[in-house]
Design a binder for this molecule. Structure first.
Ligand code: PMP
Length: 408
């Protein structure tokens, strides 16, 4: 594989990028919400429905075995992709939100007691904030919050001050979806482990940008969604260390998660099936398997280098616009920029930018606590990935100039 990206050719793989919106070529800068899907992933799903469609596990007939094999093969590939020690440490879920809720119910509700403490950060997506807040209220478990500094970075020293003998769980993001800050999670994990604190990492905005190694990180749980990494919606991962998953009770009941059921009682299946009740989203997982192959073929180093160039270029261009303010200015940032244009409401700006064929996200990005911290109701967010171009950034700059003109 060449060391730099052939973006022109890569774009040919993404049918959705070649559309006109309001008569203008689409610029898709809403990748942090969901990425577009390459042809290879779409074709993998079609192949499943045309040649393999069948409910998995237990069936003895040809199609059922073929679908089961493909599904379990995907699990092995994902295990290798994130370097988990065991295949059964990979639990298929609907996505990050589902994964966090699984841990909240099966670990939090089961093993945390009144008076224990949970630490999250103010920069969490609601999906890794609300479950812990609800648990906190339900079981009287104080929720401690790591603040961010002016650059939008989690303050490690403040985290250290929050840790005490009552702390049982740390649940933090790997990368903020609103500020772009990449957290040095290894440092947080090691410190938490010094105090025997279990660590959950929300990797929803991290896995598509950089190669992950859960053994090296030594996190206890790691969650991500397929749809933010070029795979279909409705399929995601919970990675958990075997010793924790083994002792956790099931999350939901019925289907593949049972071993024996009699009218007297039920025994449960072994890992990972214990946590996979009901018919799973087979096509989403096969699509995720294909998306990972696609990313590995491009190469994560190439992706990281190119996305950094996009980020630097966009930051420089945007900062030249008078009155434009960027929220999240960490040196270690994913390729997304949250910004405000003077006093113009993000929704007004977003609506005008949309009319120019450019998809940006506006609003609170499901991260209201951190926007409250910065005392803003919302931002405009442009999130870029390896199929975006420098010309597209120029078009965003032009659109922002147009917004300014209309409001001045
Ligand atoms: N965490 C983060 C950091 C996110 O960006 C998102 C999606 N915006 C989620 C969690 C939730 O992911 P999903 O909706 O796929 O469950």
């Amino acid at each position: 594989m060449a060391s730099s990206l052939d973006v022109k050719n890569i774009r040919k793989d993404f049918p959705a990028l070649h559309q006109e919106i309001y008569g203008k070529p689409l610029v898709y800068f809403d990748n942090a919400a969901t990425t577009q899907k390459p042809r290879q992933v779409i074709e993998r799903m079609i192949k499943y429905y045309e040649e393999e469609n069948c409910n998995i596990h237990r069936g003895v007939h040809y199609l059922s075995q073929k679908a089961t094999e493909a599904f379990e093969n995907a699990r092995r590939n994902i295990q290798q992709f994130i370097n988990a020690k065991e295949t059964h440490e990979i639990i298929f879920t609907k996505g990050t939100t589902d994964s966090v809720n699984l841990v909240k119910t099966s670990f939090g509700e089961e093993f945390l007691q009144a008076g224990d403490e949970v630490i999250v950060s103010v920069a969490e997506h609601h999906s890794n904030f609300v479950p812990w807040q609800v648990l906190s209220e339900k079981k009287n478990i104080p929720l401690r919050i790591i603040p961010v500094n002016d650059k939008g970075e989690l303050i490690f020293e403040e985290f250290e001050k929050l840790l005490n003998e009552k702390t049982k769980l740390l649940a933090i993001t790997h990368t903020s979806n609103t500020l772009g800050s990449i957290v040095d999670i290894k440092k947080f994990i090691d410190k938490a482990h010094e105090h025997d604190v279990v660590v959950l990492i929300d990797g929803a905005q991290a896995v598509m940008h950089k190669q992950l190694d859960v053994q090296e990180l030594d996190c206890d749980f790691y969650c991500f969604s397929g749809h933010k990494m070029y795979a279909p919606m409705g399929g995601g991962i919970l990675y958990g260390k075997e010793k924790l998953l083994e002792k956790m009770p099931p999350f939901q009941y019925g289907g593949e998660m049972v071993d024996q059921v009699t009218i007297k009682g039920t025994s449960f299946n072994e890992l990972p099936f214990k946590f996979e009740a009901g018919t799973p989203n087979v096509e989403a997982i096969l699509g995720l398997d294909e998306a990972i192959k696609y990313l590995q073929n491009i190469g994560f180093d190439n992706i990281a280098k190119y996305e950094k160039r996009l980020l630097d270029y966009a930051t420089e261009k945007l900062l030249k616009i008078e009155g434009l303010r960027i929220l999240g200015t960490s040196e270690n940032k994913a390729s997304l920029i949250s910004f405000l244009i003077g006093d113009i409401h993000p929704y007004d700006a977003g609506t005008i930018i949309d009319k120019m064929g450019i998809a940006v996200r506006t609003g609170h990005h499901c991260a209201q606590p951190v926007l409250d911290h910065f005392e803003v109701p919302g931002t405009i967010r442009a999130s870029m990935v390896f199929y975006n171009t420098f010309e597209e950034i120029d078009r965003l700059v032009e659109a922002i100039m147009q917004v300014k003109k209309m409001f001045e």
